[in-house]
Design a protein around this ligand. Structure first.
Ligand code: CP3
Length: 358
């Protein structure tokens, strides 16, 4: 216990990413990319082959290598575990697959109170021992590079949206109609998924990850009132319990299209709020106040442009933060598969080379 907390302290002193999570000043702006590991990398496609992504995740040697690929290639300031938000529900046997080019698909979607029985608690050391082995491997490798590992889980609402819809959805119509017509059942569902997120992230942190991100990617589809009533209580519980168990590990909370919800994402208990590209960083800062760090927020679509365009837009993101401590450069959402890795490499160089006027 002592050794791990000492390790965290020395990591915190050295890591620009962990310092920025705590709103401490850093010499360079730290940077990592959501979906940095994945289909935009030829070395990923080569390792991954065909087959289900869930099988790849269940193979610690391969998952370790895939997580390390972008760290080596790009020189980013943090690694994110190669896994998926659907892994815990898959591991307890809900019946999920991840279909290439589609995303998570659920054979028997969540419909009635009976389906709650299909969501038993997660026993991480038994159900997802492969994830913990991958984390253990990674922590040993990343320590040599002084790069921290980010643990993660899907937030209850976003995982619920896949379980209820049965797959990706643009409207989240079934999810919203269940939420409004049977709030009690919806809240019971979110509660179970909250327990899964806590158990999963907690086990990754115990295995040595240094920070965590709770992905509520699709929560931006809700109104402020809906968020407050249906989502905030469970997300608050996730952050509070993780804080209690892992005092040292900063928590990041991210969703797409959350301009109206930003201050509520912080109110859930996040140390860092991920901002998508729709809200400019100076406006996000105003909505969030000074006690929370921000992560973001270059539009991933712009990475398909020529380098001078990318450089201009990235510089604009940096300038809008005005040098305030507590900025982690990232994209507004994940790297698109068509992205040229060379552009991401250049982008890391630009961010690391950027200096604010004194
Ligand atoms: O670099 C990283 O961020 C690596 C780890 C990671 C993956 N998924 C790998 C992945 C993380 C953090 C996720 C989280 C995740 N998964 C989210 C939250 C982040 C976000 O994008 O909003 C969501 C919504 C999912 C569900 C999911 N999984 C989708 C929508 C897809 C895309 C389908 C596709 O093929 O584009 C997946 C599949 C997935 N997850 C891939 C990767 C590398 C690609 C699949 C493959 O290699 O076959």
């Amino acid at each position: 216990m002592l050794a791990k907390s000492m390790l965290t302290k020395s990591m915190l002193a050295k890591s620009a990413f962990l310092r920025a999570c705590r709103c401490l000043p850093t010499e360079q702006v730290p940077v990592w990319f959501m979906r940095q590991a994945g289909r935009s990398l030829p070395e990923y496609r080569e390792l991954r082959g065909e087959g289900s992504m869930l099988e790849t995740i269940a193979c610690p040697e391969v998952a370790t290598e895939i997580t390390l690929q972008p760290v080596r290639r790009y020189g980013v300031d943090a690694a994110i575990l190669y896994s998926d938000i659907m892994v815990p529900v898959h591991a307890i046997g809900f019946g999920v697959d991840i279909v290439p080019g589609v995303g998570p698909v659920v054979a028997q979607p969540f419909r009635t109170a009976k389906d709650l029985q299909r969501l038993r608690p997660l026993e991480p050391t038994e159900d997802t021992s492969y994830v913990l082995q991958t984390v253990t491997n990674l922590v040993a490798e990343l320590a040599k590079l002084h790069v921290p590992l980010i643990a993660f889980a899907g937030a209850p609402f976003t995982v619920a949206s896949y379980l209820v819809e049965g797959g990706p959805s643009r409207t989240h119509a079934r999810t919203k109609s269940l939420m409004c017509s049977n709030p009690q059942l919806f809240c019971a569902l979110l509660d179970r998924l909250g327990d899964l997120a806590i158990a999963s992230i907690s086990s990754q942190l115990t295995a040595g990850a240094s920070a965590f991100q709770l992905f509520d990617s699709w929560v931006g589809t809700l109104t402020v009132d809906q968020y407050r009533r249906f989502v905030l209580p469970t997300s608050k519980r996730v952050f509070a319990e993780l804080k209690q168990q892992h005092l040292d590990a900063p928590g990041i909370h991210f969703g797409v299209g959350t301009g109206e919800l930003l201050s509520l994402l912080a109110a859930a208990g996040a140390d860092v709020v991920g901002v998508d590209w729709r809200v400019q960083l100076n406006d996000a800062r105003q909505r969030l106040g000074n006690n929370v760090a921000v992560q973001g927020n270059l539009d991933p679509a712009l990475l398909l442009a020529e380098w001078p365009v990318v450089a201009k837009q990235a510089t604009d993101v940096l300038a809008r933060n005005k040098g305030q401590p507590g900025h982690i450069f990232n994209l507004g959402h994940g790297v698109l598969p068509e992205t040229d890795p060379a552009i991401l490499e250049q982008l890391v160089g630009l961010v690391h080379g950027y200096r604010y006027a004194p």
